[in-house]
Design a protein around this ligand. Structure first.
Ligand SMILES: [Zn+2]
Length: 441
């Protein structure tokens, strides 16, 4: 039964803990209170930590009986990203249950898992289960704004409270393609982030006489054009190679996906826009100009422009590698601009060669007959990266039914009309319950 998971998810959605990136947004205390209430009286110990007022990290723990047994932390974030209600056909914070689907912001990112993890923890605790290894349920705020006041703060400042051998959080468990492939991806790693600010200088002048002026905005536009046109080298790293091998794609496709010469042509020609975006991101460093600010008034030639670029790095790349690429991309403009890194975090990985991965694979086959797991590297970032940095083996997983096709599912992340079916909630709840019992028992 997934009634508890459905109801808890509805309430988490209705609390509307919207994180718009400002420190006063989120107000995740409402979801932390809800979850603590839900879990209270089952033998768990609770701790709260606040990097900012009303934005608590909630840690619920039961100590294992065997100090040598591996510990497990299940982590769900309690915040969601903002919505544009005009794009929604239902109330984004209504948490409505319609045709066996729960609708609302957070239904797949990731209140579905925050909810199913809490229900599984409560179920096992109520049954009198005594784990050998320590079990921690961690409801974390601020994931949607880079984790600064949630997972990052906890891993750096309150490490003892959340230290665990293994961590599971979002995202994974869906099938690629039209749902006819048996493979379900488990996130074992993610690309690194290297966000930077590029400042372009010019000389102010009158907008009525643009000829031969030194217009910072015009120069910034050329910087954007060069970044967009830049072709970084194709890199077939180990996780990508093993992903392609394990997916058992048709032979011709696999060959293209692993050949640096052929993969570019495949990206150009495929009709599948999802693949066309994913493949280059998985095999290249990517450069996305995302913000441009310039000018003060319509009749003034701007003397300075500021561009922000979202750069995602591959395993092993650091600042000097990226700087060399920027130099190549910008050519003769490189020396005339200022480049300042805003935030940088290297790519992170956990080995799939662990007892927890093996158990999740076994349970996947049991709960979703015909399925098999495949390790995957995601191109975005999750809170798992902070845990990998402090030595925890961290995966992104969950289980979904085949009711919602992958393309629709992918478009709901931060998109309109987010919803999840109750069968998916049941599968994830059963998965977490079995993971806790069999891994910690
Ligand atoms: Zn998320």
């Amino acid at each position: 039964m997934s009634t508890d998971t459905v109801e808890l998810l509805q309430q988490l959605i209705r609390n509307g803990c919207v994180n718009d990136g400002t420190q006063e947004s989120g107000q995740e205390v409402r979801n932390a209170d809800l979850l603590q209430n839900f879990l209270e009286g089952t033998g768990l110990d609770f701790q709260r930590f606040e990097a900012l007022p009303n934005r608590p990290s909630l840690v619920a723990r039961v100590e294992g009986s065997d100090p040598n047994a591996p510990s497990l932390l299940l982590m769900g974030h309690t915040d969601v990203v903002p919505v544009n209600p005009e794009g929604w056909i239902r109330d984004p914070f209504g948490g409505e249950l319609v045709n066996d689907e729960v609708w609302g912001r957070g239904a797949v990112d990731m209140l579905n898992l925050t909810s199913s993890m809490a229900v599984a923890v409560r179920n096992v605790m109520r049954s009198g289960f005594k784990p050998k290894g320590t079990l921690i349920y961690f409801a974390v705020p601020d994931e949607e704004a880079a984790g600064t006041y949630g997972a990052k703060y906890m891993c750096e400042e309150e490490t003892d409270a959340i230290r665990s051998d293994y961590v599971v959080t979002e995202m994974g468990g869906f099938r690629f393609g039209g749902g006819d492939l048996p493979q379900r991806v488990v996130t074992i790693g993610e690309k690194g982030t290297y966000w930077c600010r590029i400042t372009v200088h010019g000389t102010p002048g009158h907008g009525s006489m643009p000829a031969r002026t030194d217009n910072a905005l015009v120069k910034a536009a050329e910087v954007v054009r060069r970044l967009a046109a830049y072709k970084p080298p194709t890199t077939m790293h180990e996780v990508w190679k093993s992903f392609v091998d394990n997916m058992e794609f048709p032979a011709g496709l696999s060959e293209h996906l692993l050949d640096p010469e052929k993969v570019d042509a495949l990206v150009e020609e495929t009709d599948d826009i999802g693949l066309a975006r994913m493949i280059p991101a998985c095999t290249h460093t990517t450069f996305a100009p995302t913000v441009l600010n310039a000018g003060v008034k319509a009749n003034v030639i701007p003397d300075h422009a500021e561009l922000q670029v979202d750069i995602r790095t591959l395993p092993g790349q650091t600042g000097p590698d990226i700087d060399a690429m920027l130099q190549e991309a910008l050519g003769d403009m490189y020396s005339g601009v200022e480049i300042d890194p805003m935030s940088a975090m290297p790519a992170s990985f956990s080995t799939p060669d662990t007892p927890l991965y093996a158990l999740m694979s076994k349970l996947t086959e049991r709960l979703s007959p015909g399925s098999k797991t495949v390790p995957f590297m995601i191109t975005g970032a999750t809170d798992a990266r902070f845990f990998r940095k402090i030595g925890a083996v961290s995966y992104g997983y969950g289980l979904f039914s085949d009711r919602i096709p992958f393309t629709e599912f992918a478009s709901m992340f931060h998109g309109d009309n987010e919803h999840v079916d109750t069968e998916s909630l049941r599968l994830s709840t059963e998965l977490w319950e079995a993971v806790i019992r069999e891994f910690l028992g």
